[in-house]
Structure formats: structure tokens, C-alpha cells
Design a protein around this ligand. Structure first.
Ligand SMILES: Cc1cc2nc3c(=O)[nH]c(=O)nc-3n(C[C@H](O)[C@H](O)[C@H](O)COP(=O)(O)OP(=O)(O)OC[C@H]3O[C@@H](n4cnc5c(N)ncnc54)[C@H](O)[C@@H]3O)c2cc1C
Length: 475
């Protein structure tokens, strides 16, 4: 048997011990130094936003506890920090989990070169996607551009995702005495403690992620397909931040839910994991998707700039209840249900006609699940500029959406308490309520709750006209 050697496991978006193939391989060396590096400069526009930093602080704290204090953390240039570490600690191998965001892809190549030049073995492991993007291609060898064939003909026809593996046993974890003294030293928490409002909504960390999944199995999974569009219901998993930080792996979820003879509620949940795969697939094959229209036609779209309207949208003060409820859920919890994400997104890019990048940036800063693949793919989907996007002429009507998906007004009442006493029939459009009804509900539009900041019908027509103009100019 070869003598134990010292390896590094470099944690990134895989903040878990179980089902972590890279960590499991690192442990086989005998002794492992588990590390995390916060490298904002290299991440650029994808340095974690404020809400993600808050989550990251707690997730690293949890991981360090699970590693009995031996997680070493650093801040700065990953290449320089790793080169210093392997030299100082006489490391023989470095393991990490593959990522797909362009800055990581570029940096991983640099890190691998720098380590190999120093005689250190580098092992990159698959661990955050069910299917590696390069393995799913059309019969002619080119990548899929549309979700349904990608998922059905590509993913489901490919070999099944690997089964999850348990937490590695037997290795020893060591820390580096030259690392930062604490997770606090990463300065991830905000100076003004707005984050205290977020905390009660989440159970951050690997075990918390699994508790969340178990709760979803009890309350949501068996009516997921039927109820997933109703934002007041506990029918969606809210696992997106746990998945984003890698506290739970997609393989763990897939194997807990997928079965050949599963019902269509479970199948639908699996297909949403498929949408996550598709977003990373698109990012892998089109690395400019976070900042460039996938359909270049949209480069000529006449977007508007309206900072005042943008602020109303950000604060949930547009006067359109379904938009405002979504934006307030985001502000208060760091999360927004998918249906209001689509409604609020459509409002911004169509009724307010602002570039999807403005929405993408706000979500980047405020979502605890903000990730470069899902966020940019979803914004381009909403705008109509993405691959397999909703057509631009599909403008969500936030009033009809509210009546359909929040029929008893529970979601609007939860996030807009000032409208709570309004009869349900007016909740999605309080400006149509008779003066006496508003008065008896204690509402003074323009004072206790805003008047609508735009006319929905007029702005819809203007958006469609702008779309036609863009199309006409492209001919
Ligand atoms: C404008 C806009 C921006 C978005 N930004 C993000 C983002 O930054 N990060 C993010 O994770 N999701 C994003 N989404 C997709 C989706 O809204 C969230 O993944 C979902 O609401 C997360 O909640 P959940 O975990 O309860 O989802 P569930 O319904 O329980 O789904 C389970 C998992 O499937 C994946 N998933 C579900 N829906 C989608 C989807 N439409 N696209 C890709 N993956 C999906 C997620 O990983 C999710 O955690 C965005 C959607 C829109 C319309």
C-alpha cells in the first residue's frame, strides 16, 4: 500500500460531503486539506451578489462545522493561492468539481497548468450536473437548441445519471495555519443587517438542504405538476439555492424521485431538473449568454431607459399587485416563486420595455439562488431573445395571471398587507374597485398603495409595435 499523501479538495459550488466524487477521491490520498477561495476579481460580473454572499457565509460556516473546523478559507487570486499552498504544504494532488461558468472554465485551465508545472496531479470531477454537456448531442453531433428534444431524445435516452455516493469515511482532514482566521474574515455579511429578515425562511447547509427536500416530498411532490404554478402553495421544492451552492446534488434528487413507472407529478419535477441541465448546457455551448442576446435580432430592439420606473419595480411599488408581490417576496426572502418571476420579468422587459440585462442584474444581487446559467437563460427566455424562448409577442397579463394562479389572493395578501382587506375579485387590479369598496378596505390608491405606474394595455401594444419594428428593420 502506498503511504498516505496530502491532497487538497477545493470546494467551490459543491459545499457538501455526501455525493461529492471529487472529495471522495481526495480522501483516498489519506490526508486532505479542504479549502474554499473567494475570488471576486476573477469572477467579475459573476462575483456573488449580496444575497448569495449572505447564503455563502452560512453555508461555509455549516461546512466548516461538518469538517470539525478544518475548512481553510482564503480571499484573492485562486491561481496564486493554490500555487502557494501546494508549495508550502507539499501537496501531491488537487481535486475539484467541474463548473461551467466561463470565468471558471478559463481559470481552471490556468490553475491546472500552474499545478501540473509543479508536479501536482490535478483531478477534475463531474458533480454538479446529471449529464455532462458534451455528451448530449443531436444525431448529427451538433448541440440541441430546444429543450424538449434535448431532454427527451438527448438526456433520457443517454445512460442514466450516476447513483449518489455516501460521505467519504476514513480520511483525515487538516487545516492550513496560514489561512484566514475565520469565515467572518471573508466579509460576506452585509454591514447593514438587512439579512436578518431572510434567515427565518431558510435552513442553510447540506443537512438543511436534505430537510428541505424531505419536507417537499411530504407537502409538494405528489401534486407538483398540478400545483407548481400557484405561488401561495407549498408545492415547489425551494431547493434552488441548495442546488446552486451544491449542498444537495442533482443526482441525489434525481435518484430519490425518478423511477421508470413514476407518476406525472414526479416526472414533471425531474423535467424541471432537466431545465436546469438545459440552462447549463446553453451556457456551456454559448458562453456569452449572460450578456449577449442569443438571437442577434434583439440587438436592434428599441429598449427604454427609465431609472424611476426601474426603482418602482425593484421596490415592488409598481401598483400592479402580482408584480409587486413577487418583487417583495424577493426582497423579503431572497427567493421568488417561478410564476411571479415570469410575471415580474415580462412586466420589466415588455410593459416597461427595459433591457433584460437590468432585470438579470437585480436578480443577481437579490436572489439567494442566483446563478449565471439559470438566471441569464430565464431572462432571455422571458425577453424572447434566448434559445427556445417564449415568443416576444407573449406578454404576460399580470391581472389575468393573478386571477388564474392566485385565485383566492393569498399570495398578494401575504406580500402586500395594505391590500389585505380588499375583496378578492379586485385584488389583482385594485384600480378598478369602486371608491366605496376601496374606502371600506382602508385603501387610498396613490397613498396607501400606488396607482399603476403604467397602463398595461397601452404598454403591451407599444411593446408589440416595437417588436414589429425590430422585425421589419431586420428584413
Ligand atoms: C426571470 C427568471 C430568472 C430566474 N433566475 C434563476 C436563477 O438565478 N437561479 C435559479 O436557480 N433559477 C432561476 N430561475 C428559474 C426558476 O424560477 C427557479 O429555478 C425556481 O423558481 C426555483 O424554485 P424551486 O427550487 O422551488 O423550483 P422547483 O419548481 O422545485 O424546481 C426544482 C429545481 O429545478 C430547477 N428549475 C426549476 N425551474 C427551472 C427553470 N425554469 N429553469 C431552470 N431550472 C429550473 C431549479 O434548480 C429548481 O431548484 C429564473 C426564472 C425566471 C423566470
Amino acid at each position: 500500500m502506498s503511504p498516505p499523501s496530502l491532497a487538497i479538495h477545493w470546494f467551490r459550488q459543491d459545499l457538501r460531503l455526501a455525493d461529492n466524487p471529487a472529495l471522495t477521491q481526495a480522501v483516498k490520498h489519506g490526508q486532505v486539506v479542504p479549502i474554499y477561495i473567494l475570488d471576486d476579481a476573477a469572477a467579475g460580473m459573476h462575483a456573488p451578489g449580496a444575497a448569495s454572499r449572505w447564503w455563502l457565509h452560512h453555508s461555509l460556516t455549516d461546512l466548516r462545522q461538518r469538517l470539525k473546523g478544518s475548512l481553510s478559507v482564503y480571499k484573492g487570486d485562486s491561481v496564486a493561492i493554490l500555487v502557494d499552498l501546494v508549495t508550502r504544504l507539499q501537496i501531491t494532488a488537487v481535486h475539484w468539481t467541474r463548473e461551467y461558468v466561463p470565468w471558471r472554465v478559463a481559470q481552471d485551465a490556468q490553475v491546472a497548468d500552474a499545478l501540473r508545472e509543479r508536479g501536482v496531479a490535478v483531478s477534475v470531477h463531474s458533480g454538479s450536473l446529471l449529464w455532462e454537456p458534451d455528451t448530449i448531442v443531436k444525431p448529427d453531433g451538433t448541440p440541441y437548441g430546444v429543450f424538449t428534444p434535448f431532454y427527451k431524445r438527448g438526456c433520457l435516452a443517454a445512460p442514466a445519471p450516476r447513483a449518489p455516493i455516501p460521505e467519504p469515511q476514513g480520511g483525515g482532514y487538516q487545516s492550513d495555519s496560514m489561512a484566514l482566521p475565520s469565515i467572518n474574515a471573508l466579509n460576506l455579511l452585509p454591514r447593514i443587517r438587512w439579512d436578518q429578515a431572510l434567515a427565518p425562511h431558510w435552513d442553510i447547509g447540506e443537512l438543511g438542504g436534505h430537510r428541505r427536500f424531505n419536507a417537499f416530498v411530504d407537502t409538494g411532490l405528489d401534486h407538483y405538476k398540478d400545483r407548481r404554478d400557484f405561488p401561495a402553495d407549498p408545492s415547489v421544492s425551494r431547493l434552488s439555492p441548495h442546488l446552486h451552492f451544491g449542498e444537495v446534488s442533482p443526482n441525489q434528487l434525481w435518484h430519490a424521485v425518478y423511477a421508470e413507472s413514476m407518476n406525472n407529478q414526479r416526472a414533471h419535477f425531474c423535467s424541471e431538473l432537466g431545465w436546469r441541465e438545459f440552462a447549463y448546457y446553453v451556457l456551456h455551448h454559448h458562453p456569452t449568454v449572460p450578456h449577449t442576446n442569443l438571437q442577434p435580432l434583439f440587438d436592434a430592439f428599441p429598449w427604454q431607459e427609465d431609472p424611476a420606473l426601474m426603482r418602482l419595480w425593484q421596490r415592488g411599488e409598481t401598483g400592479i399587485p402580482m408584480v409587486d408581490a413577487g418583487m417583495r417576496e424577493l426582497w423579503q426572502t431572497g427567493y421568488m416563486h417561478n410564476r411571479p418571476r415570469m410575471i415580474a420579468g415580462s412586466f420589466l422587459v415588455k410593459n416597461a420595455r427595459m433591457h433584460w440585462r437590468h432585470g438579470e442584474r437585480w436578480f443577481w444581487d437579490t436572489l439567494v439562488d442566483a446563478n449565471p446559467a439559470n438566471n441569464s437563460a430565464s431572462w432571455q427566455w422571458v425577453a424572447g431573445s434566448g434559445s427556445d424562448a417564449a415568443p416576444y409577442f407573449r406578454v404576460f397579463n399580470p391581472v389575468l395571471q393573478g386571477q388564474k394562479f392566485d385565485p383566492d389572493g393569498a399570495y398578494i395578501r401575504r406580500y402586500i398587507p395594505e391590500l389585505a382587506a380588499l375583496p378578492t375579485e379586485y385584488l389583482a387590479h385594485p384600480w378598478t374597485a369602486p371608491a366605496a369598496v376601496l374606502a371600506s378596505a382602508g385603501i387610498q390608491l396613490g397613498v396607501t398603495y400606488p396607482q399603476p405606474c403604467v397602463d398595461l394595455a397601452q404598454t403591451r401594444a407599444a411593446a408589440l409595435a416595437a417588436f414589429q419594428q425590430m422585425n421589419a428593420e431586420s428584413i
